[in-house]
Design a protein around this ligand. Sequence first.
Ligand code: MRU
Length: 346
Amino acid sequence: MAVSTIEWADGRIRMIDQTLLPNEFKHIYCDDLPSTWEAIKSLRVRGAPAIGIAGALGAVLGIWNSTAKTYEEFATELKSATDYLATSRPTAVNLFWALDRITRTGEENSQLRIPDLKEVLLAEALEIIDEDKAMCRAIGQHGMALLNENDTILTHCNAGGLATSDYGTALAVMFSAHEAGKHIQVYADETRPLLQGARLTTWELMQAGIDVTLICDNMAAQVMKEGKIQCVIVGADRIAANGDTANKIGTYNVAILAEAHGIPFYVAAPTSTLDFALETGDQIPIEQRASEEVTEGFGKLTAPEGVKVYSPAFDVTPAALVSAIITEKGVARAPYTESLKTMRDA
Ligand code: MRU
């Protein structure tokens, strides 16, 4: 994308407000912890890698104006910032990965003067952004080898440039194939209730000149049955050691449909989305969202007032349904317990 999803801008965080897309393209600035927390919570910035970047920059924001005189005082302030940001959204492990990385950098540089330490933490957050850009490009290169000429791909939610610092994960595969001259088409699931597929994925693909068709989530089975889809590619919010994959609610449905129709189901994610602390996906915390997102997501009541709502924001696709996991280090296949470790250590 020509414009950065999220970046550091002179002591503030500048980001595209994704809740307004595609109707309005607007940047907002976060200049303190509460506004950064709110931006993550309300999905102004969203997508696992982008949430990680918001966390890292937010942690820097938390100590940027610190007047601490000692490292101990400074470390206490940093901890309270990272603890607070960690309460924004629970599922994407990239958030916790990025917060840990900033904390570790602080510990490793505890001998520095406080002003120098602040600069080192900022440099680390900016390094996370640079690495993310490179990871997305590499995922695109590894993934496009899985696509054939004239393939049509189904995707769910948004794992594009808006969900990362730039270029995306699942969409990176499509962008790379398109840039390499392969003819591909994409079907984008609308992705109820917050419509990341309809609002963001189609917007990104249309800008890139990729042939994209929008469908409602409940149309995927019919589209597959009609023989229109050659593979599914989605992103991930957290992948357990055995390959079980948490991604936007509805992904599991798509994986079951892909299996039923003999269609490969690929997950594209950087190794920062792997969580080796969790043996299986059963241990992945699933975020619950407010009922209004289902009953009046975009300003119009579409259910009786007061109706009971259950709204998990993510589901977990069992590893057995995942044909391959495309990382920046290569393509992992089952058994994932071994192949993902190889990816991590490569
Ligand atoms: O609730 P969201 O919009 O943050 O959910 C995003 C997803 O589920 C993405 O597919 C995932 O984070 C991968 S983004 C590269």
